[in-house]
Write a protein that binds this ligand. Structure first.
Ligand code: 5GP
Length: 180
């Protein structure tokens, strides 16, 4: 895909690398949740492609729900403000929950979600994130399943956007501003 004017895209993780890592995560989750009722909660919108690929590597009778929270908007800096835009459709009581996120940056979003979901009566709550930017962490969050650790760069693609653009890139790319 061609980058917008004033922007350049550099592949950080190829579609092939991502697919093989997700297959591995799916296998681990399948082993860990044998005979346990499991709900995966995708955090919209960034996790939609990751979740879609991950569930196909989980060989268990799972269900899926979604939450949406306020995010960066069109800027590339965290506002630190977390607000629920869409809550869960179904009760998670009596189920094990796996929260599926695209990326953990400051940790503020996942810290909030973790507390929120834990208070809803789940048997257990674990977190699975495709990407982890540990350098920018402000709040410690338990990352039980992690795809890749990446440096402190703003990335797009494979579900991640900037101002709603680039979500459909098959690779995770570093977004470089060329007009700065
Ligand atoms: P946190 O609350 O951990 O700072 O941020 C989590 C959210 O910020 C992610 O779910 C994602 O929406 C957004 N975010 C953080 N880093 C990046 C990045 O490098 N690229 C994009 N596109 N979004 C990011």
């Amino acid at each position: 895909m061609q980058a917008a004017q004033g922007e350049r895209l550099e592949v950080l993780l190829s579609a092939q690398q991502i697919a093989s890592r997700i297959q591995n995560l799916g296998k681990r989750i399948t082993l860990d949740y044998q005979n346990k009722p499991l709900i995966l909660i995708g955090i919209l919108k960034g996790s939609f492609i990751f979740l879609a690929d991950l569930v196909r590597y989980i060989d268990l009778p799972i269900s899926v729900d979604f939450m949406a929270l306020s995010s960066y908007g069109s800027s590339t800096k965290s506002s630190g403000v977390v607000r629920i835009i869409k809550d869960l459709d179904h009760s998670i009581e009596g189920h094990h929950v796996l929260v599926v996120e695209d990326i953990v940056d400051t940790g503020l979003t996942l810290n909030y979600i973790y507390g929120h979901v834990k208070s809803r009566g789940a048997l257990s709550v674990k977190i699975c994130s495709l990407l982890d930017k540990p350098d920018r962490r402000q709040v410690a969050v338990p990352l039980h399943y992690k795809g890749f650790e990446i440096p402190d760069e703003f990335v797009v693609g494979y579900g991640l956007d900037v101002g709603e653009r680039y979500r459909n890139l098959p690779d995770v790319c570093k977004l470089v501003r060329t007009d700065a």
